[in-house]
Ligand binder design. Structure first.
Ligand SMILES: NC(=O)c1ccc[n+]([C@@H]2O[C@H](COP(=O)([O-])OP(=O)(O)OC[C@H]3O[C@@H](n4cnc5c(N)ncnc54)[C@H](O)[C@@H]3O)[C@@H](O)[C@H]2O)c1
Ligand SMILES: CC(C)[C@H](C(=O)O)[C@@H](O)C(=O)O
Ligand SMILES: [Mg+2]
Length: 370
């Protein structure tokens, strides 16, 4: 029987709450899918800082390197606002992304039929929406050097973050975008700000060159990222795959989340390059949302983004397309039955707890599996 090792990193705030529900799904798959999942749980973010003084230990990094996939909850929160920048909770997540070389971050924004009225936008704008934001994840202003705050001679301070992209970094993310588009609706929209940023000029040139040389069959359009944000809320169905840099991808995916009804709906997959010998790639799966300090501890967080992230793991790391369809189908069934966590419930509508939503999804999986 196939067997996979999963490293579970619940993190902070609602991270452990939504992770408990993904564990429920993993247990069900372990018992029913014919595939064995071995899980190990460790600390990351503020909870790791509290114990070890760092947001992720070298030991945990080693386990992550060896795992078949990392399943990540969320990190951060006001409790750690004053900790040094180098060891802030978010540094744990950034180290995982950088050291595992997870350069391709897939953030699908899908509006489930039952949620077409949950978005703040009109039904016709979001109904049937299925777009994919592909965010470059290991470059750009997140990691460029120098990155510092220096004190000038006159006593004033100067903060510097540096946006850096190389041809290689842009080529490899462009190829992922075109490959994904070929399996979807065959269209890529590349977003940058070439009117202001030199990195935007290079991004535009390299994406154009990769397209011309290797993917002329895919439709390519370029859009300035600010206008892209506007188009995302005006008429999102014009898009199929959006490829963009680390920072624009971060912001645009939170915008896209609201097209689906809630930030609690958006899953993600962060993938490395396939190993030339084995074809296997390092991968981390996490919801797009954060630790939601405003609702943490109340048991009301929406676990769907977390559970759908496991669905992406089944699809992209374990070649378990049918099981991934089962997870997605169960989510659709539960939403169609009217079950809603508080973030999705209409005014006056009853809502269920995090746990009740997880249980309902597992029940729907069992029903679909017959
Ligand atoms: N991947 C991550 O670990 C990650 C991602 C984003 C933010 N963060 C961190 O999380 C902390 C809080 O950030 P923030 O408040 O700006 O963003 P957030 O995503 O945590 O929350 C934004 C809003 O969305 C709501 N929300 C988010 N997820 C939800 C869910 N599953 N169900 C219901 N409602 C949900 C929250 O209640 C809040 O009102 C910060 O420290 C930030 O750095 C971590
Ligand atoms: C927590 C933070 C470092 C992270 C990011 O900025 O990439 C988050 O906002 C995300 O979207 O995954
Ligand atoms: Mg973000």
């Amino acid at each position: 029987m196939a067997s996979y090792n999963l490293l579970l990193l619940p993190g902070d705030g609602i991270g452990p709450e939504v992770m408990a529900e993904v564990e429920r799904v993993i247990r069900w798959l372990d018992a029913n899918s014919g595939v064995h999942f071995e899980t190990e749980t460790d600390l990351v973010g503020g909870s790791a800082y509290d114990v070890h003084g760092v947001a992720i230990t070298d030991e945990t990094m080693k386990t992550a390197m060896a795992a078949d996939a990392v399943i990540f909850g969320a990190v951060g929160g006001p409790k750690w606002d004053a900790v040094p920048y180098e060891v802030r909770p978010e540094a744990g997540l950034l180290r995982l992304r950088k050291d595992l070389e997870l350069f391709a971050n897939l953030r699908p924004a899908i509006c489930y039929p039952a949620l077409a009225d949950a978005s703040s936008l009109k039904r016709e704008v979001v109904e049937g929406l299925d777009i994919l934001i592909l965010r470059e994840l290991t470059g750009g202003v997140y990691f460029g050097e120098p990155k510092e705050i220096v004190t000038l001679e006159n006593g004033e301070k100067r903060a510097v973050d540096t946006q850096v992209y190389t041809t290689h970094e842009i080529e490899r993310i462009a190829r992922v975008a075109f490959e994904l588009a070929r399996a979807r609706r065959n269209k890529v929209t590349s977003m940058e700000k070439r009117n202001v940023m030199r990195s935007g000029v290079l991004w535009n040139q390299v994406v154009t060159a990769v397209h011309k040389a290797e993917y002329p069959d895919v439709q390519l359009e370029h859009m300035l990222a600010d206008a892209g944000g506007m188009q995302l809320v005006r008429w999102p169905k014009q898009f199929d795959v959006i490829v963009t840099d680390n920072l624009f991808g971060d912001m645009l995916s939170d915008v896209a989340a609201m097209l689906t009804g809630s930030l609690g709906m958006l899953p993600s997959a962060s993938l490395g390059a396939p190993d030339p010998a084995t074809g296997k790639r390092k991968a981390l799966y996490e919801p797009v949302h954060g630790s939601a300090p405003d609702i943490a501890g109340k048991g009301i967080a929406n676990p769907i983004a977390m559970i759908a992230s496991l669905g992406m793991a089944l699809r992209y790391s374990f070649d378990m397309g049918e099981a991934a369809d089962l997870v997605d189908g169960a989510i659709a069934d539960v939403l169609a039955s009217g079950t809603r966590t508080a973030d999705l419930a209409a005014k006056g509508q009853n809502s269920v707890s995090t746990r009740e939503m997880g249980e309902a999804i597992v029940k729907a999986m069992a029903k679909r599996a017959g």
